[in-house]
Every structure is written in structure tokens, then in C-alpha cells.
Write a protein that binds this ligand. Structure first.
Ligand code: AMP
Length: 293
């Protein structure tokens, strides 16, 4: 691979497909980072990881209407193409795929994916149809870009789980690489939606991660030994700490299969939280491997 190539921007699915096909024929490994833009350090960490593990990094920016429910923040979702293009180029993205709505959805979809497993919990339960929209757009992007590896943030842990199952179910030859959550210095998980928090909301939002960490510690110290106990403890803690935020869910599951543990914690676990603010719904999670004593 050449030392340094300038980032190129591609706007059509056909051009994108031809570009990666020709690079694959030349023997390059393609890494893919799917985003909805308004880039922050979480996205940039995915790019960094992709650069470490592949030869060419393609990043898509597309706010996908299919994954937003009625009354959700599709219109309010922050967008800034120029800023995204500059950050992407600075961080070594080789191709910025920036399709228009008409390119991605030239006509209403006549076939879409329905996710059956692991969507009756967490965001899947709160946002019916959300993961159908996610799976459908990610499959479309995979078909257009044909990456060897695709990088997804653990901030959206349920998404990682759903995409991995889709890849398995459809025999796609793509490695899914989960990447750790990047946080602000006060612990708040970086999110494009954070700009839609008021000052007061932004001040209290770090309490979410604070509580996640404490709960994990309690499990590791065997002070809390079951999912239900942990959920109740977290709800109580957050209930007293949040004045603006309204808890959407607090849930403890096994990861990555997203099933409920029977009685006590078993192996790899996830504690996930969603909190509603006036103009932003925040999600965060923490995972741990419960070692039997
Ligand atoms: P989005 O633009 O919100 O759809 O996110 C695009 C990708 O970036 C997804 O794989 C997210 O999980 C990932 N991502 C978003 N925020 C973070 C974060 N704070 N840390 C790591 N990855 C993130």
C-alpha cells in the first residue's frame, strides 16, 4: 500500500462498489466503519482500530431514516458534513462514503430484514423496529462496500450482537470487531447526541457511568449476586441522582447472546442503561466476566 493517499469522497453506490472491488482485486484488505456522522472520538477510535487491522479504511456517513421510529430524533440528529470530512481526512480515512438518501433508497424497500433474536430487550424493546432498520442498512452497506472487517463500538453493544448474528445467519465473510467505549474525562460516553443536552443535563449525565461502575464493583465483590438485585439497586441509585433524566431501562443480561441469566451472574455479563433527556436519549453499558467463587 502506498505511504499516504489523500482521502477521496464517493457519493454513489456504484462508484463505491467498483472502487472497493478493484482494491480487493489488488489484494488490499478493506476495513469499514459505519457512522451517522457528527464525528467524535468514539468514531475516531474505530477508524484508528481499522487502520491497525486493515489496509484501506472506508467510513460511511449516513443518517438512516429506517432505524428511527416515529417521534424520534431523525430531524434533530446533528449533522455537519464539512466537519466530518475534515476529521475523517485528518484521521486517515481513505474513502468517505457519503451517499444521498436517493442513492441509498432509490425507491421504497420491497424487502427488509426483521431481527428475531435479542430485540425484546434493551433498545430493541424501547425502540420497536430499530434493529430491523439497523440490520437492513448495515447489510446494504456491506453489499456496497464488501469489507473484510467492520468495526462497531461497544457503546451500542446490542448492535454488535445483532450485526454478528446477521453476519452468521447470512454467511457473510466479514469479521465484526467490537471496539471499547470512549468517554469524556468525567466518564460520560461520547455520543453525537450529547450536543443536544442542556447544561444542567450535561452536568448530571456522568452519574450514569458512575453508577454503572459502582454496580460492577458490587458484583465483583459479591455484594450483589443477581441481575434483579442489580437492576433494583441501579434504579434506586440513579433515581436519587438524576433530576432531569428519566430512566428508560436498566437491564442485566448475558453478553453477547442477550439472554437473561437464570439466578446468579454467569460468565460474560452486561449492565445496560438508557436515560431520556429533553432532546436526547443516552445509552451506556458496562460488561464484566463474573468469575465463580
Ligand atoms: P453512530 O454514528 O452513533 O451510529 O455510531 C457509529 C459507530 O460508532 C457505532 O459502531 C457506534 O457504536 C460507535 N460509537 C459511538 N459512540 C462511541 C463511543 N463513545 N465509543 C466507541 N464507539 C462509539
Amino acid at each position: 500500500m502506498e505511504d499516504k493517499i489523500e482521502m477521496i469522497e464517493i457519493n454513489t453506490t456504484q462508484q463505491m462498489n467498483q472502487w472497493t472491488q478493484s482494491k480487493k482485486q489488488e489484494g488490499y484488505k478493506i476495513g469499514f466503519v459505519a457512522t451517522m456522522g457528527f464525528l467524535h472520538e468514539g468514531h475516531l477510535s474505530l477508524i484508528e482500530r481499522a487502520k491497525e487491522e486493515t489496509d484501506i479504511v472506508v467510513m460511511s456517513v449516513f443518517v438512516n431514516p429506517l432505524q428511527f421510529g416515529e417521534g424520534e430524533d431523525f430531524e434533530e440528529y446533528p449533522r455537519d458534513k464539512q466537519r466530518d470530512a475534515t476529521l475523517a481526512a485528518e484521521h486517515g480515512v481513505d474513502v468517505l462514503f457519503y451517499p444521498t438518501m436517493d442513492e441509498m433508497y432509490p425507491s421504497p424497500m420491497s424487502v427488509t430484514l426483521t431481527v428475531h433474536h435479542g430485540v425484546d430487550v434493551l433498545c430493541g424493546a424501547s425502540r420497536p423496529g430499530h434493529f430491523d432498520g439497523v440490520a437492513t442498512i448495515v447489510l446494504k452497506l456491506f453489499q456496497i462496500i464488501k469489507p473484510d472487517k467492520a468495526f462497531f463500538g461497544m457503546k451500542d453493544a446490542q448492535q454488535v450482537s445483532v450485526i454478528q448474528r446477521m453476519v452468521d445467519d447470512f454467511h457473510l465473510k466479514i469479521d465484526i470487531v467490537p471496539v471499547d467505549i470512549i468517554r469524556e474525562s468525567d466518564g460520560l460516553a461520547k455520543s453525537s447526541r450529547n450536543v443536544n443536552l442542556s447544561e444542567v443535563e450535561r452536568d448530571e449525565a456522568p452519574k450514569i457511568y458512575e453508577t454503572l461502575k459502582k454496580a460492577k464493583q458490587q458484583a465483583q465483590d459479591n455484594q450483589i449476586t443477581s441481575a434483579l438485585e442489580m437492576e433494583l439497586w441501579v434504579e434506586k441509585q440513579l433515581g436519587t441522582k438524576l433530576s432531569k433524566g428519566k430512566i428508560d431501562y436498566v437491564q442485566v443480561l448475558r453478553f453477547p447472546d442477550l439472554t437473561e441469566p437464570t439466578t446468579t451472574f454467569e460468565g460474560e455479563m452486561i449492565l445496560a442503561i438508557a436515560v431520556h433527556y429533553d432532546h436526547a436519549r443516552l445509552i451506556d453499558n458496562i460488561t464484566w466476566n463474573q468469575v465463580e467463587i
